[in-house]
Design a protein around this ligand. Sequence first.
Ligand SMILES: [Zn+2]
Length: 306
Amino acid sequence: MIFMGPSIAPRNATTVAEPLYFPTMETITAATKRVEKAGKELRIPDRGPRILIYDIETAPALVYVWSQWQTNVIDTHTDWYILCFAYKWYGDKTTSFVSVQQDPRKRRKPDDDRYVVERLAYLFDQADVVVAHNGDQFDAKKANARILFHGLNPPSPYRQIDTKKEVKRYMNHYSNALNELGRFHRLGEKVGHGGFSLWKGCMAGDKDSWKTMEKYNRQDVNILEVVWLKLRPWIGSPGKYQPMNYGFWSDGTTTVCPKCGSDDLIKRGFHRTLVNTYQTLQCKECGGYARRRLPQPKYGGSVGAV
Ligand SMILES: [Zn+2]
């Protein structure tokens, strides 16, 4: 439990405004309880790593403008919010879907996404790793903005795999959109939708629009999973950014592939630096490479240039 103390703003300073509100122990506990209550109906895998594959859909802000062309927003009528999200735990067969439409409160305002955000916050809190396409820039940050808005605590730390970032790190496709990656690699395509009219329909509570949205959102998560799995042997190659390592969850007695967790590894020669020699390993399951430092350098006589 993190205690957030009172503001450090000097009491009598006239230039620094006193904060209107800061969370106390009670509200942090209350917010935690609220999220845990919301998450009660959600299934959480009993073993790690708990990998959450997810995709959120947002409703746009409604604003006033004087002109259509290169315009400024004069005022905001309704803020953007999260309409829905689809997710699956890695290892699950089916996806799940959570939307504002499922909120049982009768007098809910159309833009009140509390039901959705509390559940998403719970899933983040339970996850060891989250996977999303452009998730670092979009999904996780949008979710965080709404988590903050609803006065919830930050989810406990998790690792992020952003498939868009990873695909750009290793490959050059002519489009890095999830749909295009799915099509290019013959992994599946998005469910077609009527463009923005679908979002408008959902915002207005139209049942048919919600049916299409659910199908579309779930299919996005299915494509995301296969795109991630296709990329997985590349992600976190030696010397590159490694978002997760299955070794963290192993019992410490078996060497496992850091990328997929398999213990079916074969020796594939050595990687040498001036100070160390590494055994290069390749996973027979996913094809990814790993390396293990050997206790003694094979060639102690190497010297560096000066
Ligand atoms: Zn592997």
